[in-house]
Ligand binder design. Structure first.
Ligand SMILES: Nc1ncnc2c1ncn2[C@@H]1O[C@H](COP(=O)(O)OP(=O)(O)OP(=O)(O)O)[C@@H](O)[C@H]1O
Ligand SMILES: [Mg+2]
Length: 298
């Protein structure tokens, strides 16, 4: 029997990479990337994926801004960022009362990881925005090139609420890329058609650069046949857009936010943490190969 590359060796290598992230830095994108993490289905792993991919990119030398666009403020919580009512937040920035820089806080997860928090005030924004000028483009205006240059970020990840309302539309107008997390569960693909046609609508009317660049399968449970069925159906349908890395269902992943932490900080050696590092690496590698300027036109 030859002693070749074994799963254990692979695991050991991944653990070493995680323990010494600086020595295994991820490539900078060819140009700044703005990804909107969207799926109007609730609880599919939007927030978990946003914060853990952001933390993995930041741990490996990239500078990342997370925009929490969900009044629940779950991303702010997981990143250890204050989001009590009254905290300068994305709400005031959307209304144009303050700039993004004023609302930006540094996450406890990493000095390279910034977050614009969401407070409960954002719950009213869906309605307040309706009567505003350029109501679909408020976030794009707030996240101007000048602002993002000042923050010196390589990546912006926008965590959306579970709806296709004005907040999500603002996120789709502000980004060039959409990252769709899909839960390996019953009805996983339900409603996806509606999301895709909304993306098409935004592309044709408001943001020609918009495209689905990344699909991430989440909460995979290897013990069920169903998870494999969903995985192969999604891969068949979306091909190379689907990341090779699949995020396993893991108790550690779900426990981490309870400690205001990402799973990378809470249990760096866990399978959940390692799979998010692998997913982030795939995203970063794709980004470093992307040619030409790709902006949202702001
Ligand atoms: N890989 C995983 N393993 C176990 N639990 C997970 C995993 N990913 C997410 N969860 C848990 O599932 C729940 C939903 O995840 P999350 O909040 O990320 O979804 P969401 O799409 O952002 O939800 P919402 O639509 O409410 O914003 C959370 O309790 C989270 O901790
Ligand atoms: Mg969420």
């Amino acid at each position: 029997m030859s002693i070749g590359w074994t799963p254990i060796a692979e695991e050991a290598e991944r653990a070493a990479r995680l323990r010494h992230p600086d020595r295994h830095s991820m490539p900078k994108p060819a140009h700044r990337r703005i990804l909107t993490v969207a799926n109007q289905k609730g609880g599919v792993g939007k927030t978990t994926s946003t914060v853990n991919i952001a933390a993995a990119l930041a741990m490996h030398g990239l500078r990342v801004l997370v925009v929490d666009l969900d009044p629940q403020g779950n991303a702010s919580t997981a990143l250890g960022v204050e989001h009590r009512a009254g905290t300068p937040s994305i709400y005031e920035a959307l209304l144009g009362e303050i700039g993004i820089v004023e609302a930006t806080a540094v996450s406890t997860a990493s000095d390279n990881l910034l977050c614009v928090p969401a407070t409960i005030d954002l719950a009213g924004a869906e309605i307040e925005l309706v009567s505003m000028v350029a109501r679909e483009s408020r976030l794009r205006q707030a996240l101007s090139d000048e602002v993002l240059d000042e923050l010196a970020v390589d990546y912006v990840l926008i965590d959306c609420p579970p709806s296709l309302g004005l907040l999500t539309v603002n996120a789709l107008v502000a980004a060039a890329e959409v990252l769709i997390p899909i839960q390996c569960e019953y009805y996983a693909l339900e409603g996806l058609g509606q999301l895709l046609s909304n993306i098409d609508l935004v592309r044709s009317h408001l943001n020609t650069a918009l495209h689905v660049s990344t699909i991430l399968l989440t909460m995979y449970d290897g013990r069920t046949k169903l998870a494999d069925q969903v995985t192969s159906e999604v891969r068949q349908h979306f091909g190379g857009t689907v990341l090779r890395t699949v995020i396993p269902r893991s108790v550690k992943v779900s426990e981490a936010p309870g400690y205001s932490q990402t799973v990378l900080a809470y249990d760096p050696g866990s399978r959940g943490a390692m799979s998010y590092v692998d997913a982030a690496r795939e995203i970063a590698q794709y980004g470093s190969r992307m040619g030409g300027p790709e902006t949202n036109g702001a």
